[in-house]
Ligand binder design. Structure first.
Ligand code: FAD
Length: 616
């Protein structure tokens, strides 16, 4: 195993950012005119170093120790507080926050990379940081001048913790059913209610917490339109911005749970003594609108969680497969004297490793591309380009969240399988990755809710024009690459799957329009998987095309003209190997994972309604 616990794939990160994505387009945005490739590279290297040296050592001990609860006080695992202090001092909280409020002012495309590195090092630690970042961005956009003056600097610097309080015992997916109430009282509001499952709702890492709480107002209409958003500090700030008197906000307990054990999941009680003061953010009745504005980012962030943990698990499994000796080559099974081999020589282990690699690299490309669309959508000077990019961002968001998190769980399970019994026991962290990654399919809207979002809200956007424009782009890409000398067969297979996916989409949309809602909804989750498979195949084929050209260049540079010389170069030269592996990765995904879409299409075409008919 590598000496270091954390060994992120910086080569692949660089490949996606600088060789696959049009990085120059980011630099062409007026907002990022100063963006320098070398500096971004240095920042990523620095972040990886910090994550490896400061955050990663928290991961395993924090999982074993967990959080402690005592009379409303939550203590985080040993070392968290000190690491957080160093994290803050190095400015990692505000990578994408504007410089005007103390951030680094970098694009989201870079922000997702630093997030991947933080989360991969220790997911439980990184969660509280991500929430503070999200709360800062929300207040910077929708807060009052006073909130921007008092709270935003404290959050942007990480001095205070931010939280998102939506969930209640009776209102999880159905956020519209919340019961927490805020009543006007002079210039402010008095809030009362209980929120559950609140990440980082209470802990000893910061002296104050800033809760962003969804609540109803008296007489508000039922459902989403009756929900408003409030700022609720744990301690009300004094005139000079210090944590002042307590605000009747109490942590009533923390959950014992499957994973992310170093992250406290809190039950928060607001206003038990009728003294919890709240400040309205924006307008009454628009709370969910503000929250949902941040959701796109948060959901891509959950996809990053899936990617980061899947990548970490894959890294361990690969290192293990390079060390563990077991059995003999399959063709020498009867030879009792045959040399013992590394498990990576067994075809089944190779299959599992390439499955993990293809999902990780495809997910990384999809997530970075989605963040890139977000940057274009927010900052491009041309309104049409902004609109097009925003449409793509919205379409891809549920896939980034749900496809990546579901596959990440599969990857972690396969990585564990590669390691056999040693994967299952606590000696290696892969069993922790498997536990830690499961939550990504549940929070920020369960994956079932993401599937409904894709089918019910994203496909019909602009009368289906966003989807059709995007699907057309994929079909043209496939058509354009069919003549590729080395990869034309993959482009052909990909094009056929794009057509199958388009036909399935039309079928479901047609059923919906003819009044049959139940069947399309029953098919929503398989349809999301099908869509994600197409998107990731697109990404990996795009990578293979780039890698093919680079590999040919490498062969020419090194005068490797015949197959034997090329094989030698791939064995000796890490860059040649990297590019050659990209071709195999795309080939694997298109031949071994993308064909799942044939089964999904058959499932949807069957018209079978048994889940709707059986008695539960
Ligand atoms: C560790 C952890 C941290 C969390 N952090 C936070 C936080 O910081 N802030 C916060 O506000 N919340 C947080 N949550 C809550 C989380 O967002 C909810 O658990 C999630 O939204 C699901 O709600 P639920 O648990 O009530 O499940 P339910 O809504 O009861 O869902 C149960 C099942 O029913 C399905 N389902 C429900 N409704 C529908 C529907 N209409 N159509 C199809 N399927 C449906 C779901 O997909 C799911 O499979 C956290 C939860 C956990 C476990």
């Amino acid at each position: 195993m590598p000496d270091k616990d954390f060994n992120p794939d910086l080569r692949d990160i660089r490949f996606v950012l600088f060789e696959q994505l049009p990085f120059a387009k980011l630099q062409a945005l007026p907002e990022y005119a100063q963006l320098d490739r070398e500096q971004v590279q240095m920042l990523i290297d620095e972040c990886a170093k910090f994550s490896g040296e400061v955050i990663a050592p928290l991961n395993r001990p924090g999982d074993r120790e967990g959080c402690h609860f005592d009379h409303g006080q939550v203590t985080l695992p040993q070392g968290y507080k000190e690491a957080y202090q160093a994290f803050r001092e190095n400015g990692w909280i505000g990578v994408t926050l504007p410089e005007a409020i103390g951030g680094m002012g970098l694009p989201r495309t870079v922000g997702v990379i630093t997030a991947e590195l933080d989360i991969g090092a220790c997911c439980a630690f990184a969660l509280s940081v991500g929430l503070t970042h999200a709360a800062t961005a929300l207040l910077a956009e929708y807060g009052t001048d006073e909130m921007k003056r008092v709270y935003v600097p404290k959050l942007a610097s990480g001095e205070w913790q931010g939280t998102m309080c939506l969930t209640e015992p009776g209102a999880g997916s159905a956020v519209g059913d919340i019961k927490t109430i805020a009543k006007p009282d002079g210039d402010t509001w008095l809030l009362s209610g209980t929120k559950c499952f609140i990440t980082a709702g209470e802990h000893d890492m910061t002296p104050n917490h800033v809760h962003l709480v969804l609540a109803r107002t008296p007489g508000a209409p039922k459902g989403f339109k009756g929900i408003s958003l409030f700022l609720v500090p744990k301690r009300r700030p004094t005139a000079d911005g210090q944590p002042g008197e307590p605000n009747d906000v109490v942590c009533a307990g923390i959950e014992h749970k499957m994973g992310i054990k170093g992250s406290p999941t809190c039950t928060m009680s607001f206003g038990e003594d009728g003294k919890c003061r709240a400040w309205l953010i924006g307008e009454v009745g628009k709370g969910l609108q503000y929250m949902f504005h941040m959701m796109n980012e948060a959901r891509v962030g959950v996809g990053i969680q899936g990617l980061a943990l899947a990548a970490a698990a894959t890294q361990y499994a690969t290192a293990y497969a390079n060390e563990r000796v077991q059995g003999v080559d399959v063709e020498k099974m009867r030879d009792l004297e045959a040399p013992r081999v590394l498990i990576k020589e067994h075809p089944d282990v190779r299959r599992m490793l390439l499955f993990c690699k293809s999902i990780v690299e495809g997910s990384r490309a999809l997530l970075y591309y989605t963040a890139f669309c977000g940057d274009m959508g927010r900052s491009h000077p041309d309104a049409k380009e902004r609109e097009r990019s925003m449409g793509t961002l919205e379409l891809l968001t549920p896939i980034c969240k749900a496809w990546v998190s579901d596959r990440a769980f599969e990857v972690a399970a396969q990585a564990l399988q590669v390691m056999g019994g040693y994967g299952y026991i606590g000696e290696y962290p892969v069993e922790q990755h498997l536990r830690d990654v499961k939550i990504a399919s549940i929070y920020e809207g369960t994956n079932g809710i993401q599937a409904l979002d894709l089918l019910g809200r994203k496909l019909p956007m602009k009368g289906g024009a966003v989807f059709m424009g995007f699907a057309g782009e994929l079909a043209r890409f496939a058509e354009g690459q069919k003549a590729h000398l080395a990869l034309g067969d993959l482009a052909q297979a990909f094009g056929e799957e794009v057509a199958r996916w388009q036909a399935t989409t039309s079928k479901l949309a047609g059923m919906g329009m003819s009044g049959d809602q139940r069947y399309p909804i029953l098919s929503a989750t398989p349809f999301l998987e099908m869509t994600g498979n197409v998107m990731v195949a697109w990404m990996l084929l795009g990578q293979a095309i780039v890698a093919h050209d680079k590999l040919q260049g490498r062969y020419l540079d090194q005068q490797a003209m015949d197959p034997a010389a090329r094989a030698r170069l791939r064995a000796d030269d890490a860059e040649a190997r990297f590019y050659a592996n990209k071709l195999e990765t795309a080939r694997f995904f298109i031949h071994h994972v993308l064909p799942r879409n044939r089964a999904i299409a058959a499932e949807i075409d069957s018209g079978d309604r048994s889940p709707l008919n059986f008695v539960v």
